[in-house]
Design a protein around this ligand. Structure first.
Ligand code: C2O
Ligand code: CU
Length: 544
């Protein structure tokens, strides 16, 4: 195991996309940001210097950070923001994670431009459970806004309706041939050699959309997701939730030519004015040949093709081999049932709300809509400061209703706006059933948990039936993930062992939904045995 040091200078840098130039917030002037290259068992110290104009925090998405929530990053959950001119040394502790994860800003919407890949290689001497690739390439799906992201957020919060969509999707920071505004190509190109195999390290860093991705004429082989190996899954396309990562093998086994890779939105609601643009990159075979005049375009599912999304996600399975076993908790000690809802509440004075009937939209888990506190929850917990949070987040929805019906009485739409946490005993075995609802609208929610990965043991298209549905749980080889899209008006069941003492955020990874309050916090208590307690804070925790 090695120790690495990285310097992250958060600063504005000038970038030109779609024929307009503006300053964006970056790390080290790079967009997308730098890739961290680590091995299982390594530790990295990232020296974050805020040389920008706004408060910032950085999160290591999918890294468990055992007993050390102090470096996890979510603003006002585990730390106060790093103010301009200040620095914070964050410790990134890799244990069993393997494959691709990523880091991103976790304050306001700055993750739009402040993000990058984390590649975790096997321990020295260990091998991949698949043929060794000839090269490894991060593929980061992102977005470009012509406007400043801070203005987009401000307008969105003031209007109380859906946010403005971005102006283009991008692959590795390039919008591609169909979004170009000039003759200068701004397209990501990957050169390949016939007969070689490439490991694509995919990250969905877009703000508000699930995405489809594919490469013309090439079958993709998924070998991992969310920092864990999967059984090999061959598919013509992948469906990837925001926050999710995937390891995908690409074999350069087609006629030497040039081919498009493409990514576009998947959505099954049309209320959000989603961007229908497709972003493209090019796979270019090296060598002498006559290229087709225009690259061949991949067949991606239609933008509203829910079945293609569910079939793909439902086909992901853990490797579950003797070298890479699964440890699905069998005896559940803590049963949680969480409804996920979009709500509307009355418009605040001086706002011009464009939500339904002049209202403002909120979002909630078990009818609790999160208001971030002024001081972070972790510090309040550690110092036993009162009045920052309430430890009474409900295990079940406060009232039962027909979750998938619409036109429900308005009382059901009004959430409790507060800062509630749910306290878990050390080593408790937790099952959460997420239930999608149709209060204002039904939509898939990509739910993400900090500090733990979880097994996705089941999902279904309707209201969860607690007698029959658990009979079909997969406890043999369920995928081990940190982000799972809960299908519209359906349910998903996850299990994990709460063996990481600390304070851990859980939220929808659609930025607009977490801004509306679709998030909650777990406090995992200390155990009594040796090595079962949260570690003390570092001396340089940013002050509020
Ligand atoms: Cu990728 Cu709490 O986030
Ligand atoms: Cu959501």
């Amino acid at each position: 195991a090695a120790t690495h040091n990285y310097s992250f200078v958060v600063k504005e840098a000038s970038y030109t996309r779609l024929c307009s130039t503006k300053d964006i917030l970056t790390v080290n002037g790079l967009f997308p940001g730098p890739t961290l290259h680590l091995r299982q068992g390594d530790t990295a110290f990232v020296h974050v210097h805020n040389k920008g104009k706004e408060n910032i925090t950085i999160h290591w998405h999918g890294i468990l950070q055992p007993r050390y929530p102090w470096s996890d990053g979510p603003e006002f959950i585990t730390q106060c923001p790093i103010m301009p001119g200040n620095s914070f040394i964050q410790k990134v502790i890799i244990t069993e994670e393997i494959g691709t994860l990523w880091w991103h800003a976790h304050s306001d919407w700055s993750r739009a431009t402040v993000h990058g890949a984390i590649i975790i290689y096997p321990k020295r001497g260990d091998r991949y459970p698949f043929p060794k690739p000839d090269a490894e390439i991060p593929i980061i799906l992102g977005e470009w806004w012509k406007r400043n992201i801070t203005d987009v957020v401000e307008e969105f919060l003031h209007n109380g309706g859906d946010p403005a969509k971005s102006d283009a999707f991008m692959i590795n920071g390039h919008p591609g041939d169909f979004n170009s505004c000039s003759v200068v190509p701004d397209t990501f190109k990957l050169n390949v050699t016939s007969g070689k195999t490439y490991l694509l390290r995919m990250v969905n860093a877009v703000m508000n959309n699930l995405m489809f991705f594919g490469i013309a004429n090439h079958t993709l082989t998924v070998v991992g997701t969310d920092g864990s190996y999967t059984k090999q899954l061959k598919s013509g396309y992948i469906a990837i939730a925001p926050g999710q990562t995937m390891d995908v093998l690409l074999e350069a086994n087609q006629k030497p030519d040039h081919y498009y890779m493409a990514a576009k939105v998947y959505t099954n609601v049309t209320v959000f004015p989603y961007d229908q643009n497709t972003t493209t990159g090019i796979i270019q075979y090296l060598g002498e040949y006559n290229a087709t005049s225009s690259p061949i375009f991949p067949n991606l599912p239609a933008a509203d093709d829910a079945n293609s999304t569910y079939n793909f996600t439902g086909s992901l399975k853990s490797l579950a081999s003797p070298e890479h076993p699964v440890h699905v908790p069998e005896n559940v000690t803590t049963n949680l049932f969480f409804t996920l809802s979009i709500n509307n509440v009355s418009c605040e004075p001086n706002n011009t709300c464009t939500g339904p009937a002049g209202s403002r939209l909120r979002a909630s888990v078990n009818n609790q809509s999160l208001e971030l506190p002024q001081l972070d929850i972790l510090q309040a917990y550690y110092n036993q400061t009162r009045g920052i949070y309430d430890p009474d987040f409900p295990h079940f929805p406060p009232f039962v209703f027909n979750y998938t019906a619409n036109n429900l009485p308005v009382e059901l739409r009004l959430p409790n706006i507060s800062t509630q946490v749910l306290v878990l005993e050390y080593n408790s075995t937790v099952e959460i059933v997420f239930q999608g609802t149709n209060l204002v609208t039904g939509i898939d929610h990509p739910m993400h948990l900090h500090g733990h990965s979880f097994y996705v043991v089941g999902s279904g298209p309707q209201i969860f039936d607690n007698v029959t549905d658990p009979q079909n749980y997969n406890t043999e080889d369920p995928p081990f993930m940190n982000t799972i899209a809960v299908r519209r008006n359906g349910w998903t069941a996850i299990r994990f062992r709460a063996n990481n003492p600390g304070v851990w955020f859980m939220h929808c990874h659609f930025e607009r939904h977490v801004s509306w309050g679709m998030g909650m916090t777990f406090i995992v208590k200390n155990g009594t045995g040796p090595g079962e307690q949260m570690l003390p804070p570092p001396p340089d925790m940013p002050p509020c």
